[in-house]
Design a binder for this molecule. Structure first.
Ligand SMILES: Cc1cc2nc3c(=O)[nH]c(=O)nc-3n(C[C@H](O)[C@H](O)[C@H](O)COP(=O)(O)O)c2cc1C
Length: 220
């Protein structure tokens, strides 16, 4: 145990930057884009990595990593299997939270919102852009189901691969979800744990596609 990391003695001072209500863009998606681009510029392996939290119809929470594959005024898009644990929870509850931890920049962004499936056209277009191996995998894997062994999965992959010699169509059980933010919080680490937190809270709408955002500082 001598080499074990002593968790309780790790101390990191956060001091790269500050954040104030007056610094941020009135539109949280524009603000997210600007922070996301700064994060991507640091060269992470997969800048779109985020943690998706769901709650099922019994109130049990679950979280897992997924990849951000689309972002516009309507929200944050990722793709998955609709019959997976997360797909069932999303379809049943239609709510989710996303967390982005950009530690090299001492930043965190949290999103909470309602969830809808993206259109079939959007899912088709994204599915068509995936490598063939991933397309075959989407048919072969009954995501979140119990598998007896690896061989069962490999055999199923080989079977699907034989079945679709040319283009692989999108499986009906696979597609995108969009998280439509009702809250987005931007967190910037500061010294002595007195961090800066700026939260956008959706407070109605000024017309179609024009949400009204209340921007507030939160205690760290
Ligand atoms: C870096 C990384 C990226 C991932 N991206 C996705 C993704 O975009 N979609 C997906 O369905 N699963 C993705 N996964 C796998 C999920 O974390 C999870 O294992 C899987 O979706 C099953 O989750 P569920 O059983 O809660 O539905 C990713 C995992 C990692 C580590």
């Amino acid at each position: 145990m001598d080499d074990a990391v002593e968790l309780e003695s790790i101390r990191h001072q956060y001091e790269q930057a500050g954040l104030d209500v007056s610094d941020v863009d009135p539109d949280p998606i524009v603000q997210f884009r600007s922070w996301f681009d700064a994060w991507a510029a640091t060269g992470p392996r997969d800048p779109g990595l985020m943690v998706l939290a769901t709650v099922d119809d019994e109130g049990w929470p679950a979280s897992r990593a997924v990849l951000l594959r689309g972002l516009d005024d309507r929200g944050f898009v990722f793709y998955t299997n609709h019959t997976s644990d997360k797909g069932r929870a999303l379809d049943a509850m239609r709510r989710a939270s996303l967390s982005f931890v950009w530690h090299d920049l001492e930043r965190q962004v949290r999103v909470v919102g309602g969830v809808d499936r993206v259109s079939d056209e959007e899912s088709d277009a994204y599915f068509a852009s995936r490598p063939r191996g991933s397309q075959v995998g989407a048919w072969a894997s009954d995501q979140s189901a119990v598998l007896p062994d690896r061989v069962t999965l490999d055999e199923r992959v080989a079977e699907i691969d034989r079945q679709y010699q040319g283009d692989v169509p999108r499986p009906p059980h696979w597609g995108g979800y969009r998280v439509q933010p009702r809250e987005i919080e931007f967190w910037q680490g500061r010294p002595s744990r007195l961090h800066d937190r700026v939260r956008y809270r959706r407070a109605g709408s000024a017309g179609p596609g024009s949400p009204v955002w209340v921007i507030e500082r939160l205690a760290p």
